[in-house]
Design a protein around this ligand. Sequence first.
Ligand SMILES: Cc1ncc(C[n+]2csc(CCOP(=O)(O)OP(=O)(O)O)c2C)c(N)n1
Ligand SMILES: [Mg+2]
Length: 807
Amino acid sequence: MTGPTTQPILPVEKDEETLKRIDHWWRAANYLAVGQIYLIDNPLLETPLRLEHIKPRLLGHWGTVPGLNLIYAHLNAQIQRRDLDVIFLAGPGHGGPAMLANVWLENSYSEHFAHVPRDAEGMKQLFRQFSTPGGVPSHVSVPTPGSIHEGGELGYVLTHAFGAVFDNPDLIATAVVGDGEAETGPLEGSWKGVNYLNPVRDGAVLPILHLNGYKIGSATVLARKSDEELTYYFRGHGYAPIFVEGDSPAVVHRDFAAALTDVLDQIHEIQQHARQQGIERRPVWPMIVLRTPKGWTGPVSVDGLPVEGTFRAHQVPMTGLRDHPERLQRLEQWMKSYWPEELFDAEGKPREIVTALTPRSERRMGSNPHANGGRLRQPLDFRALETYAIAIDDANRGREFHGSTERLGQFMRDIYVDNPHNFRLFCPDEVKSNKLDAVLEVTDRGFMGPFDDNDEKLSMDGRMLEVLSEHNCNGWLEGYVLTGRHGLFASYEAFVSIIDSMAIQHAKWLEHARDVPWRASVPSMNYLLTSTCWRNDHNGFSHQGPGFIDMLLSKQPAVVRIYLPPDANTLLATAQHCFDSVDHLNAIVIDKHPQLQYLTMDEAQEHCRQGLGIWEWASNDGGDEPEIVMACAGDIATQETLAAVDILRTYLPALKVRVVNVVDLMTLQAEHPHGISQARFVDLFTANRPVLFAFHGFRGVVHQLIHGRPDTERVHVRGYQEEGTTTTPFDMVVLNRMSRIHLALDALRYLPAQLENAAEIVGDLQALLEKHHTYIRTHLDDIPEITRWVWTAGQVQLPLDDSDRKR
Ligand SMILES: Cc1ncc(C[n+]2csc(CCOP(=O)(O)OP(=O)(O)O)c2C)c(N)n1
Ligand SMILES: [Mg+2]
């Protein structure tokens, strides 16, 4: 709820005293932002500005600052008046000086950083540290109290805001959208969030589109549209826009205050109505369109060119102070135009007229606990994994096909039941396709209607969200976990790369957060990559792309985890571990089709604890030194490896083969926190025997990971090598040379001593390869004995007859 409308005192727009405080706050924040961009000393301008007070490198973005400061100041007044629970997300996150100024004024900053107190010394430090080595970044970043959104890469502010308010009924996420930012694909798509926002159960997003007219170098599309066009546009998306426009502070303050009063009343009304009387239809949510000049109150012109109100105000609006000493005076006049002596006392403390606008303790937007969401994190409750496990024993090990993601669906179904307020599954329209639909037994797909008789499992109460936008799914989950809740984003493997860049930004956030002690640990971002490259044979060449793994490898080892469970029980153990973990990006890769099952639940849990291990039941080295290690990571890679071992053991029973399965890919990398020791590497892979490694994704990944391990020349990797078309499943592994036939032939190639006994097996494998080629073109399907293959421990019969062998 938006909180009680306390004290029916005057609304802000009619309350001259509060408007005065807002203006003072705004001026103070503007002053502090300019100071951060320019000054290293003399913060209160006690003496005339000299060059030694000026930073040697002028960095930062001024243009967006006055708008952000205006919105912040006004929100403070409303938070105070209504005791609102509000977080502030700055889409134009390059306006870092604005947010730093505001959280310093409200004292949140000094409470987080004692070395930057709220006085002249602290002000000097605030200025000096901004955008300087060893200081703070120019953006609204991890060390900015109150932020869950860096805003460096534009486009995600609305998705983060929606994610933050799902299941947070009392929270309002204010999302300032830059007009340049509004041109990005993700932002454009994210207005749809209201179609998934339930006013009973969820909080509210308050979008404020800031039309300052410009991006870095030119006009913005939305700023050049008339109010009428914008009204149609936003009405069509389900919003009722309120317009505020001007360049006179007094007028804008009054109008913006009135607009905020109006939208907050509307939000309150929508929520009260829905919560007391139920929802008949999707509400029309209010939003504000704010037209104020870019770089408002800054230099009007420089070098004879207009700056205020143009794109030239984007970064540092007036540079070259060393070559133009008169600009020192202009800077001083500019800063003095905010009347600093009215704002700060002689000791540099903000005066009462400014601080009077500070909301109480955790209502300050820089101290709101949702913006340090780890503080609110409640671990999930799980039922015993045995509930969902597939029963495995020596008789059926590797001999039965079951869907693995189905079991994960059942596990998540019960997580939904047992954790009704802090777990969500987000998916781009594939929950059923990915066989996770057990979840739908306990929750519908959430949607705000209208509804159609043919809809299935679609209702306003649904808490599983399907939107055909990987950007929304990812951004919603980011907003959800950064505010302390848990979830999973399930995607087709090939299309998760649409959000590579978002995942990169989130990884950077987590990397940075490791150095910020007051940031509490947040639940991990969990990705399920399914419908993988090996089983998209029916979908053409567009649907293969295991590159998300490669992208993750570029991030700091501390924050990335990649899991390739080979079967259902290892998937369950992996998923529980990921749902319990914090501060990571966890990628789990597994296909959705029925597949062979190998490990008991106990074995699976132990295998996942170790991250990799020897599968003794598939090996015949008896614990001695094998002649070859057949390693595998990934479900299809594991299946083909085992099938190859089956063939080798059938034809060459004396050959000593060891099977090593890798579920936690990062165990291979020595410098990763999960990386195994060199001694353990040798225990598993031997010191010098050939290793044939079948890998789910691109082969370079394994080579990269094992760099620095003993004798890597002997490790030969097979994997996806960008071959594909509409064909059969087995043909996919053939085309990419990772089939059991290729693996068995390759093994022999690395075992020259075996070759003299190998004429029969080599002949048969080549005959089988040829038979496969002609068979699929004749029958349009795989050879049944291949697709029906199950583990025989060296008793396999290849589907060949004499005519095949003679050919
Ligand atoms: C995805 C992305 N593309 C490009 C940029 C580079 N960039 C930084 S600021 C900016 C202009 C932003 O304009 P707007 O959203 O209108 O913000 P404001 O005018 O408030 O500064 C651009 C293009 C970026 N940060 N992110
Ligand atoms: Mg702009």
